[in-house]
Design a protein around this ligand. Sequence first.
Ligand code: NAD
Length: 490
Amino acid sequence: MAAAVQPVSDRGLLLGGDVVDGTDLRPVLNPADGTLVARYAAATSADVDRAVADAHERGRAWTLLHPDERARILRRGAEAIREHVDEIARVLTLEQGKPLPDSVKEILFGASVFEYYAEEGRRVHGSLRPTASAGTMSMVSYHPVGVVAGIVPWNYPVDLYAWKVAPALAAGCPVVVKPPEEAPLAIGMVSRLLVDAGLPPGALADLPGGADVGRRLAAHPDIALVTATCSTATGKAIMRAAAEHLTRVSLELGGHCPLVVLPDADLELAARAAARRSFSNMGQICIAVNRVIVLDGVADAFVDALRSEVAAYVLGDPSVPGVGYGPCTTAQVVEKARSHVADAVARGAQLVIGGSEPDGEQFAAGHYFLPTVLDHVPSDALVMTEETFGPVLAVHRVSTIGEAIAVANATDYGLAAYVYGEDLGQALAVAEQIEAGGVGVNVNDVSELQAPFGGWKQSGLGRELGPEGLHAYLETRHTKVRRPAIAVDR
Ligand code: NAD
C-alpha cells in the first residue's frame, strides 16, 4: 500500500520571531492541475510597519552579536534546511511546478549559500590607508547597512531568498522578506527553520503578499536597503519609490540572453546546452537562453540537433519520477509564450517543434505549454526583443561573427550570454565583446556560489553571490585620527 501523502499546512506570517495567523487567507494553487496546495496569510501594511519597527528594536540584538555567533546560527540553519530538503522540495514542486529533482537541487544550493555566507560574514576586514599629513591615520571599516527589505520572485523562490537573506544576515542586518504570492510556502518552511536555529526575534520577518506589500517596503522610511529580484519594470518602480528616502537598492532584473553558436562549435553539445538552459524551469529563468544566434553554415545541422534534443523531453506532472519538464507556474506565462509564438510566425518564423499547449486530459487543468523552438526568426519579432520568461526559444541566423555580436548586444538587457566554439581563443574574443554581467563559454550557466552574479544595462544594479554579495549589505566608514606625538622624554 502506498504511504499516505501528508497535506501541506497553511502558513501564517513570521513576525517578531513567531508565526502569526493572518485574517486574509489566500490560496496557493498547484500549476500542474489547479488544485489547492495550501493557503497563506497575506500581510497588511500594518504588518509591514510592525515588522520594520521590530527589526529596528529587537533585531538590533542580531547586529550586536559577534560574527562568529551569527555564523554558528546560520550554519545550524543550513544544516536544518539540508535535513528537511525532501519535505521542502515536495512543497516547492507543488506550488511552483518544477520537477522534484530540480526542487531538491534548488534547496540544496540555498543551503550552501547560507553555509558560504556564514563563513564570509566572519571575514569583514577593514584596512589602514596612507595619509597625506604627518601624525594622522586613516582607518576604513565596514558596518551593517541597517534593516533590509528582500523582495523575492516565484521562479526560484528558495534560492533567490537565500541569495538575499543569507548575506544580509551574515553582514549583521535584520531582514524583512516578502515572498511571492504564487509560491510562498517553501520559503515559509525555510524561514521557520532559520528562526528555530537561533535567530533572535526581530532578525527575520517573512511577510507573504502581493505587490502592495512590496510597494510598502520599498517606500518605507526605515528600510535602509531594498534588495529585489523582479522584472525590469518592477525594478524601476522600486527604484522610484526608494528614491524618496535615498534608500539603497540592489536589483536583479530581467534578461534576454543570447547564445552564439560559432562555426566550429560542437553542435550536439551546443544544442543540448541551449535547450536545457532555455527550457529548464520552463524558461522561467532570468538567465534562460532566449535567442540562439547561429552562423549560416552550421544552422541547419544545429537546428536538427535542437529538434532531436527537445523531442526527447518528457513533459508531465512534476511530482512524478522521470518527468523532466512540468507546467509553467502561472497562466500568464502560457499566454505570453503563445503570443510570442504567434507574433514570430506571423513575421515569417518557422515552427521547429512545440508551439502550443500539449494534447491530453492530464494537461487540461494545468498551465502547460510545449517547449517551443522557432527558426528563421526576424530581428523585429517580439521573442527577439522582449523577455518571454517562458518555454520559447528563437533561432536567428547570421552570416558573420560580427553580425552575431551586434545582434547579441541589440537589447537593453545585459544579464547573461553564452558562446559555443571549439577554438577557445576565438570564443573568448567573442565573449569579451558581449555586453553582459555573466558570460558562459562552452558552458550554459553563469551562476556560481563564489562569483558575482548580476546584470549590465537594464538587467540590474549591484551583485549577488561571492564576496560582492556580502558587501552589498555593508556601509563604509573612513575614520581619520590625529595621533598625539610620542612623549619620548617621559
Ligand atoms: P515581478 O516583477 O512581477 O515580481 C517580483 C516580485 O516583486 C514579487 O514578489 C512581486 O510581488 C513584487 N512586486 C511587484 N511589483 C512591485 C512593486 N511595485 N514594488 C515592490 N515589489 C513589487 O516579477 P516575477 O514575474 O515574479 O518574476 C519574473 C521576473 O524576475 C523576470 O523579469 C525575471 O527575469 C526576473 N528575475 C531576475 C533574476 C535575476 O537574478 N536577475 C532572477 C530571477 C528572476
